[in-house]
Each structure stands twice: as structure tokens, then as C-alpha cells.
Design a protein around this ligand. Structure first.
Ligand SMILES: NC(=O)C[C@H](N)C(=O)O
Length: 500
């Protein structure tokens, strides 16, 4: 249909009568009927709602999107359209005849030609009065697993990972994942860090915790092993999916004062719990010349958390409000207060002394030398008034070889940041820079040959340095109050599940 015939249809007296009975205030006047009526520029819904559309001097809009709700009245039909650009939907109103021409259904993709009017409803500043709706992709309501006007549980939606981005909740999650990623990059870029891609395939199990996915292994005559290790002999050495980019970042940190990475990491942890994924994103950084030690590191961690959260509030308040509105008032207050607080600090030894007083409450009673379990971490955070808490000075035995040994010879300069609901969000440490001590530790663990290259970092142009790793999905859980980590990432991989 040409623009002219669309226009004629749009201006049909019957339609005009029906539409004008809603008394919308036209934001713009039609410029000239001789001009092309429908702009070829397509605006995103965000541009329209935030009034940044490049055709803002004209009332004509052409937009594309998906129908997220549909209300039919006798003379009008109201559609809520989304296109992923913002969590708010735009309302499209059309005359029943316009709708009858297309019969667009809930879930279908459409192109709408119309004009922008100020909305008579108090919910929206503007809406689109459609002259024509084209269905681009139909949607069969009987087969589509998401139903109009029904609130589906996150568990139900997770069964349809490939369709999940179409739900309001999950599209907001993805937008905030994008916003938070950019806030993380902005923090580092504004503070002199160089972004580094660390490898996914690696010969080292940085953490030494044995939770690695094996990709390749050395040849052996053992038949059963042959069957399970299909990539055998590709690299001719044991090769894993990375559990952490730290050691590679440390190598870079021998030449860059500050560097960071932000990429996928893998842990073959047999957990289906709310806090574990087999593939997750880690934000890691290393800082050279960190002469003020662990205190300096904690200052950096606190400013990373506060600055990224502030950026979400400053630049993405519409989406942030989407989550604020769903969380308990107390949780929201706790988050908003966080940005004005100094995070608490407690030594591991003091934390254990405190926890031991409450040992009868725990499934796993704790004593000095034990690692903190989730129940202990959560207890500490709530005991310390639900503010983020740094626990520092862990026993040497429970931390990896790279952590710097304290003067007591029993503990290391390592720190965990614990946050409400989640527990450990960040783990970091000063790295052992003293060659003899590091050599001795690696020897004791029979890792000296494997890490001879790592020792070189201490031999040539060494610095006192430290770094950390932040679990990005856990950070999302914390900021948006998302109960299951599986709902923070587009396609979750966890024990027993690698679908789509
Ligand atoms: N980069 C880090 O400090 C993170 C640490 N290697 C971990 O995996 O927990």
C-alpha cells in the first residue's frame, strides 16, 4: 500500500471520530500532506519514549517490535510493544478497523506506521496512534509457551531458554547485564587499567581445586581413557578450560601497572544450586606497585562496587526501577544505603571466634583452619548489619599457592568480599612476590616444574602486586535480587544441563 492510500485510510472520518473520542493531544501538526507520510526512519522505543528520536520534529513514526500485550475494546485496540531497547513498552492504539486488517496476535512481530501523540493515560507520556500495522512474524497462541496476561514462574520460563528473552523479566535482565558489563569496563577504563583477553584453553589449574574441565590429555595406553578423552594429543599435554585468568594477568601486570580481564571461566563443580554455574563470567584485575597491600586492594574493591552500582542508577534508572519495584523494600534500602557506607572489615580469626559462639546454629560447626561455608558467610553478613563485609587473613592451608604469606607464617594476605544473600562475591589477595618463599611453596605442592614460567615473573622486574576475581553473575544476583544464578546469564550451563 502506498503512503497515500495509508493516509487516506488513516484519515477516514469514521476512524477519526473514534480516535478523537479519546481526545489525544497531538504533539505535532501534520507538516504537509504532500510530504511522504510515513517516515522511513525507524525509531527504537527507547528513542521515542526518551524523546531522542531523530524524527522528533515530525509526528510520523515507523517502528518495529513484538506485541507483549493486547487489549481489544469495541472501537479500539491497545497493543503494548517492546523492542528490547528499554523495559518500558510503548502503547500503540488503533482503530478496530486497522486492527481487523492485520489481526496481530500476542507474541507476533509487527511493523507499525502511525503518529506520535501525547497519551491521555497517566501511565505513558506518549503513545502511537497506528494507521497501519503489518504483521511480520505471526505467533500461534496455542503453540507459544508463554500466554498473554499470565505470570509464568522463572522455573517454567527456564525450560524454554531459546524463547526466554521474550519475557519482560528476562529481557530486563539482559539489558542490565549489558549495562553492568559496560559499567565494569567504564570503571577500569577510567582508572587506568588495560583490558586483556586471557586464554580460555590453558595448561594450568590456577586455583588448584581440581574443578577443571579437561579438554586434552597426554597419550596413554589406557583404553578406557582413550574413549573418554577425544581430543587426546592435540596439545600433547593436559589442557583445561580456564578456571581463572589470574596467572596470565599477573604476567601482563609485569609490564602494565594495572590490567583486567572480563571473560568466561569454567568450573566442573557438581552443583545445581542457586549460586553455581559451570560456565560463568569473571571480572579479574591485577595491580602492580600495590605498596599499601591488602588495605589498598580493599579500597579498590569497594570503589569498583560503588561506582558500578552508581552508574546503573545514573544511566539506567528505568531498568533499575524495574528491579527495584520487584524487590522487598528492605532489600532496596539496603542496596541504596550501600553506596554511602564504608564496607565492614573483619579478620578471619575474629570471624571464626564470632562464629564459634553460634556453632549450634550451623549445619557445619566451624573452627580455626576451616574454610567458611555459605551458612557462615551469610551469618557474618547479617550479623554485621547486612553491609558488604571484607574477611581477610585466611589460613595459609586453605588458600592457593600464590597468596602472600603473612609475618605470622600461618595466614596469608587474602581477602573475600561477602555480600547479603550471596556470600562470597569477590576473592582476592596480595600475590607472593618473594621468590624463595614462592619457590618453597610450589615445591611443597610439587608444582614447581609446571609453574617455572610463573617464577620467572618474580625473577625479572618484580613488583609487590595484588589482584582479585569478581563473579559477575553473583554480582547481578546481588544488585537485582535474582534468586537463582541460572536467571542471570543468557544460556546457563550447570551440572547435568547444557541445553540450547
Ligand atoms: N583473579 C582472582 O584473584 C580470582 C582467583 N584466582 C579465583 O579464581 O578465585
Amino acid at each position: 500500500m502506498t503512503s497515500w492510500s495509508v493516509l487516506r485510510g488513516f484519515l477516514h472520518p469514521h476512524r477519526l471520530k473514534n480516535l478523537s473520542s479519546r481526545k489525544p493531544n497531538y504533539l505535532f501538526t501534520w507538516n504537509s500532506l504532500s510530504r511522504r507520510v510515513f517516515s522511513t526512519h525507524r525509531s527504537s522505543i527507547q528513542e521515542i519514549l526518551q524523546n531522542t528520536a531523530s524524527n522528533q520534529n515530525s509526528p510520523n513514526v515507523t517502528l518495529t517490535g513484538w506485541i507483549r500485550s493486547l487489549r481489544k475494546h469495541k472501537n479500539f485496540v491497545f497493543l503494548q510493544l517492546s523492542d528490547g531497547s528499554i523495559s518500558n513498552h510503548i502503547q500503540v492504539v488503533c482503530n478496530a478497523h486497522v486492527y481487523d486488517d492485520c489481526e496481530a496476535k500476542y507474541g507476533s512481530s509487527v511493523l507499525v506506521e502511525g503518529k506520535l501523540i501525547s497519551s491521555p493515560s497517566s501511565n505513558h507520556a506518549v503513545e502511537v496512534e497506528a494507521g497501519k500495522i503489518h504483521v511480520l512474524g505471526d505467533c500461534d497462541p496455542h503453540l507459544y509457551p508463554f500466554k498473554a496476561r499470565r505470570k509464568h514462574t522463572l522455573d517454567y520460563v527456564r525450560d524454554y531458554l531459546h524463547l526466554r528473552p521474550r519475557t519482560n523479566y528476562f529481557s530486563a535482565v539482559l539489558r542490565m547485564r549489558n549495562a553492568l558489563s559496560m559499567a565494569v569496563h567504564d570503571y577500569f577504563q577510567n582508572n587506568g587499567y588495560c583490558f586483556i583477553h586471557t586464554p580460555i584453553l590453558t595448561p594450568s589449574d590456577c586455583e588448584g581445586a581440581g574443578e577443571v574441565f579437561l579438554v586434552d590429555s597426554v597419550a596413554s595406553n589406557n583404553q578406557s581413557k582413550l574413549e573418554t578423552v577425544k581430543n587426546k594429543n592435540f596439545f600433547n599435554q593436559n589442557t583445561y578450560l580456564t578456571v581463572s585468568g589470574q596467572l596470565h594477568l599477573e604476567a601482563i601486570c609485569g609490564s602494565f601497572r594495572r590490567c583486567y580481564s572480563f571473560g568466561p571461566t569454567y568450573r566442573a563443580e557438581k552443583s545445581t544450586g542457586k549460586l553455581h554455574l559451570a560456565e560463568f563470567y569473571m571480572v579479574e584485575a591485577e595491580i602492580a606497585f600495590l605498596d599499601n597491600g591488602l588495605d589498598g586492594l580493599m579500597t579498590i574493591l569497594q570503589s569498583l562496587i560503588k561506582s558500578t552500582f552508581k552508574q546503573l542508577q545514573d544511566k539506567h534508572i528505568t531498568d533499575m526501577n524495574f528491579f527495584f519495584n520487584q524487590m522487598p523494600e528492605k532489600y532496596r534500602e539496603m542496596l541504596e544505603n550501600m553506596k554511602d557506607l564504608d564496607f565492614q572489615k573483619i579478620s578471619y580469626t575474629d570471624a571464626i571466634n564470632l562464629l564459634m559462639k553460634y556453632n549450634e546454629k550451623f549445619i557445619f560447626p566451624i573452627r580455626w583452619g576451616d574454610d567458611l561455608k555459605k551458612e557462615h558467610e551469610k551469618f557474618l553478613v547479617s550479623y554485621l548489619e547486612n553491609t558488604p563485609v571484607f574477611v581477610f587473613g585466611f589460613p595459609l592451608e586453605i588458600k592457593p599457592f600464590y597468596a602472600r604469606v603473612n609475618d605470622d607464617g600461618q595466614t596469608v594476605a587474602a581477602v573475600d568480599l561477602l555480600v547479603p544473600e550471596i556470600g562470597e562475591l569477590i576473592g582476592g589477595s596480595m600475590r607472593e612476590e618473594r621468590l624463595p618463599i614462592l619457590e618453597k611453596r610450589l615445591k611443597e605442592l610439587s608444582l614447581d616444574k609446571q609453574y617455572s614460567w610463573y617464577l620467572d615473573l618474580r625473577r625479572f622486574g618484580n613488583t609487590k602486586h595484588g589482584g582479585f576475581g569478581l563473579g559477575f553473575e553473583r554480582y547481578m544476583q546481588y544488585l537485582f535480587n535474582i534468586s537463582s544464578i541460572k536467571d542471570t546469564i543468557p544460556f546457563p550451563r550447570y551440572y547435568g544441563s547444557c541445553k540450547v
